[in-house]
Design a protein around this ligand. Sequence first.
Ligand code: HEC
Length: 148
Amino acid sequence: MKRILLACVAIAAAMSTARADAPPPDERQAVAMSEADRAWVLRAMRSHVEALRDITAGIAAGDLARSGDAAAAMGTDAMKADTTRPAGLRAKLPPAWITLVLAMHREFDGIRDGVQAREDATQLMARLGRVTTQCAACHAAYRIQVAP
Ligand code: HEC
């Protein structure tokens, strides 16, 4: 009896180790789009990182013009003026995705406005925190799935 019990404990321990090694399930919603759409989205994403780099480096160096320019380049007006977006991409995106995109662009507008209003670094960092909250929320919710 005792031996059986020990065997059960050993099996249970082995199973729990196996579970710990497995990657956690990906619960993000798949958004289907073409390979070309995906390439455009990912390129835009990389430019977001570059903007965050320029905004933070500008704040740190006291070069607020750099921060303001980088924020404006990611703002609502720049998004509207962008003619490179693949036709039909918007129709493939869930409404909540679009809400997050628009909120993100507005937060970038806020950084540009904060720079123009000569806000201090703490206020600008709070704005950066709000931008990156949008990045993180969308990344937690969605992944891209290439579909023809
Ligand atoms: C509305 C949704 C959304 C928002 C907002 C968003 N992202 Fe993304 N991002 C995605 C998705 C979806 C992917 C692809 C994830 C996947 O398929 O695994 C992605 C991928 C990326 C990648 C990978 C790029 C590559 O070449 O592989 C980077 C970097 C990135 N995002 C940065 C950012 C940053 C920084 C922000 C905010 C300033 C941001 N994203 C805002 C949805 C979003």
